[in-house]
Design a binder for this molecule. Structure first.
Ligand SMILES: Cc1cc2nc3c(=O)[nH]c(=O)nc-3n(C[C@H](O)[C@H](O)[C@H](O)COP(=O)(O)OP(=O)(O)OC[C@H]3O[C@@H](n4cnc5c(N)ncnc54)[C@H](O)[C@@H]3O)c2cc1C
Length: 415
């Protein structure tokens, strides 16, 4: 059976978060875009108090609840679908502010994808605590972005420890994860360069570990409220059991542990797609309101011969966003139901990244000065949009994954 109806409990949460975004994020959106690296602590503390253990942060309680629900056969699993719907509401409010809120973030996703039960408990249960904590994930290096297998950061075993050396750049929430309360950074490093992908493993580096240093905060085009940091590791010693998954490099001819680490993206890409939807919808609604103020109504159902260029553009924007939303929900639903979603996650992210950049650009084009002036937030949304087509794999990389999957080509056959 195909069912596109959102369950009542999720609808209620969606409504609540929409109101929250309208009342708490939109009013400070411009202020924290301009202040860039200043943290909205009142908001962070308020959101932490509201969401603690609620399921949105991906906390340990959520996973336990999901497991309980499974046991009791308490209806379909929808944790990721719900998270996507709620993420859309928050980024409708403000994408940068949403990203700077506390939570396990991408680091948590990596731990969930590749960590043992014990590691998940150890690193994720802290998010139940009565204080905001951040997790981050550091893959990108000065010499490697899309091709994450080219990582040069090393992890060398030394007795009961690993010693990490290297530099990571563009780490979302890197500052908060590396410096605040009990945060952590999940660092991708190679234990054996000659093994290529098979040698790449993920390591959890706890806040304040000697040898881990934040060296730079980026000044950015969009999502300026979110910190994006460079983090350097110099003889950074971490406990041996902070490696996620097996330390063995089993077969140098295969991807090995790297596959596990890459599985993180199947969970996080649909969430980025959901974030894109919120920004796109904000721009779409702003455009509709502005047109209506000028007495222009979108005539749904009118003959294509009668439609104006603006109406056609608007319908195209709306359709693109909706198509991206359906792909996103599908990828999340598959994740919830433990169905391999590598193709669908890439499709959702590729489509949503394109849709949000196109929608915001068209909105500015249609509205002209209204869209370009800093008096309105549309000027900000066009800046916030682009990142969705960059991080967690660019649009081109998503298309490459889709092509490989659809055509059944290996990574070597289609580069
Ligand atoms: C605000 C922000 C936050 C970020 N947060 C994080 C984070 O938390 N953690 C983290 O590890 N990284 C993060 N990143 C880094 C991000 O994931 C990378 O920027 C991204 O993966 C692209 O890598 P690159 O910039 O090195 O581009 P490159 O890999 O150098 O690519 C440059 C261009 O070439 C294209 N390209 C590359 N290879 C191919 C190919 N095979 N076929 C076709 N086109 C190709 C790309 O699509 C892109 O357009 C963040 C980046 C930004 C801007």
């Amino acid at each position: 059976m195909i069912d596109f109806e959102i369950p009542l409990n999720i609808k209620q949460m969606q409504k609540m978060l929409h109101e929250f975004s309208a009342n708490n994020l939109r009013p400070i959106s411009r202020e924290f875009d301009e202040k860039e690296h200043e943290k909205p602590w009142d908001l962070i503390n308020m959101v932490h108090a509201m969401t603690q253990g609620s399921g949105f942060t991906g906390s340990i309680r959520r996973r336990k609840q999901a497991k309980e629900a499974e046991k009791k056969d308490a209806g379909p699993a929808m944790g990721n679908v719900m998270a996507a719907i709620l993420a859309e509401e928050l980024t409708w409010g403000d994408a940068g502010l949403m990203l700077c809120m506390s939570g396990p973030g991408l680091g948590g996703a990596a731990i969930q994808a590749t960590g043992t039960e014990e590691q998940q408990e150890r690193f994720l249960s802290r998010f139940e605590k009565d204080k905001p904590i951040w997790g981050a994930m550091a893959i990108t290096e000065p010499g490697c972005g899309s091709d994450s297998a080219a990582i040069t950061t090393t992890a060398v075993r030394d007795g009961d420890h690993w010693v990490l050396n290297g530099e990571k750049i563009f780490v979302t929430s890197g500052l908060m994860a590396a410096q605040e309360s009990e945060g952590f950074v999940v660092v991708w490093a190679t234990v054996d360069k000659s093994a290529g992908r098979a040698g790449i493993k993920a390591f959890v580096v706890e806040k304040g570990t000697p040898g881990m240093k934040v060296t730079k905060l980026e000044h950015k085009l969009g999502i300026r409220a979110s910190d994006t940091a460079s983090v350097v590791f110099e003889d950074c010693r971490i406990p041996y059991d902070n490696i996620l998954g097996s330390p063995e490099v089993i077969d140098k001819t295969k991807d090995g542990g790297f596959k596990g680490v890459m599985a993180t993206f199947d969970a996080t890409r649909p969430m980025i797609a959901a974030m894109a939807l919120g920004v796109g919808r904000a721009a779409l609604e702003f455009t509709r309101d502005a047109l209506e103020k000028d007495g222009i109504q979108i005539r749904y159902g009118a003959s294509p011969f009668e439609l104006t260029a603006v109406e056609r553009d608007f319908m195209d924007m709306e359709t693109n966003l909706h198509a991206a939303r359906l792909l996103t929900w599908r990828a999340c639903w598959m994740l919830d139901n433990k169905i391999h979603n590598n193709l669908e996650a890439a499709m959702a992210k590729a489509k949503a990244g394109l849709a949000v950049t196109r929608v915001t650009q068209k909105a500015v084009e249609i509205l002209g000065p209204l869209g370009y002036s800093r008096k309105n937030l549309l000027e900000k949304w066009i800046r916030d949009a682009k990142i969705n087509d960059i991080f967690e794999g660019t649009g081109q990389i998503q298309m490459l994954i889709v092509a490989r999957r659809v055509l059944d080509f290996t990574r070597k056959e289609l580069k």
